[in-house]
Design a binder for this molecule. Structure first.
Ligand code: FMN
Length: 315
């Protein structure tokens, strides 16, 4: 990572809808706890922001161990969306988080439409949040377990309902990567009132031990993340960019400052850092230092110029 001598001289701030972030680097949902767990290691006030662990109506215990398994250039996880539940988050975590000057986005999920609405309703009454990120990669139990995020009409329905509930704050929608036409899904979310799109979640995957025949995870399948997914998600961000006008937050395998710049070049306004925080909890903060250093060294090298160059080459 680069050393920064002139930190602060470079303005890295970005606008995501009505929100202004200090810089385009956020920590991703499920990989940064409720933020508080990282506060002794990371200066939360320097981050562009962070997204909380997914919050549900009721507490969830999560999946049996093992929950993580390293794969070639990636990581499999099956955490089972363990969380304390939205009410305990508001009562126990938010009061401490309010002491920090950072942008906190609450990740929200559910298994029926009303779950999403209820979680947002509880959060709307609490102080200290900048917005919501809807995880729509969840099975809709009313539709036989089909993921909300796989069907444009379900996406429109859940985003529309969340938009009504989220009167006060920004609404980001986190897309599922395993869809036939991500542009179609993104447009449905945009038309239903989303302020920004997060692209994307993990890829359904599995790892087994052929000797025992058992899964390497407590669940039989999990989600793949890390550098292995970056080229695939980079393409999804580009396709999403061509389909919608609202800002995009790219995430998938961001490890180096080059990864950040790649995502910004194809049209993301910001990025999130997930798996990289497992290897080094300070990964997001170090990327901010590296980005500041890169842009500080080459004065003409601005974020918008990076994007213009890519568009000129690729349309
Ligand atoms: C252990 C783990 C837990 C996660 N939990 C959530 C979650 O609760 N909600 C969510 O929307 N995404 C969750 N994700 C997905 C990440 O936020 C991110 O979309 C994905 O890991 C890809 O980014 P990465 O390659 O930088 O890790 C989780 C990922 C991991 C590795």
């Amino acid at each position: 990572m680069h050393e920064v001598s002139s930190a602060g001289a470079v303005d890295l701030s970005v606008k995501i809808g009505a929100l202004r972030l200090r810089n385009p680097i956020l920590a991703a949902s499920g990989t940064f706890g409720y933020g508080l767990e990282f506060a002794r290691l990371v200066d939360l006030n320097r981050l562009g922001g962070f997204v909380t662990k997914g919050l549900s109506r009721e507490p969830i215990e999560g999946a049996p161990a093992p929950r993580l398994f390293p794969t070639a250039s990636g990581m499999l996880n099956a955490v089972g969306l363990q969380n304390v539940g939205v009410r305990a988050f508001v009562a126990e975590k938010l009061p401490v988080l309010r002491k920090f000057d950072t942008t906190v986005i609450a990740n929200v999920f559910g298994y029926i439409l009303e779950d999403y609405v209820e979680v947002i309703r509880v959060l709307e009454d609490a102080e200290g949040l900048a917005g919501y990120e809807l995880n729509i990669s969840c099975p809709n139990v009313r539709k036989g377990g089909m993921q909300f995020g796989n069907d444009p009409s379900q996406v429109a329905e859940v985003v529309g309902a969340a938009r009504k509930a989220a009167a006060k704050r920004s609404l980001w929608v986190k897309l599922s990567p395993l869809v036939t036409d991500i542009g179609l899904i993104a447009r449905a979310a945009e038309e239903a009132g989303a302020d920004a799109m997060t692209v994307a979640n993990t890829y359904p995957a599995m790892a087994i031990d052929f000797r025992s025949g058992k899964s390497r995870l407590g669940n039989s399948t999990g989600g793949l993340s890390g550098p292995a997914i970056k080229p695939i998600t980079l393409k999804l961000v580009w396709e999403t960019k061509k389909a919608i006008k609202i800002p995009i937050i790219g995430l998938g395998g961001v490890e180096t400052v080059e990864d950040v710049l790649d995502y910004l070049a194809v049209g993301a306004s910001a990025v999130q850092v997930g798996t990289a925080s497992f290897a080094d909890p300070r990964a997001s903060e170090q990327l901010i230092e590296a980005l500041t250093a890169v842009l500080g060294r080459t004065k003409a090298f601005t974020l918008s110029e990076i994007r213009e160059k890519f568009i000129a080459e690729n349309g």
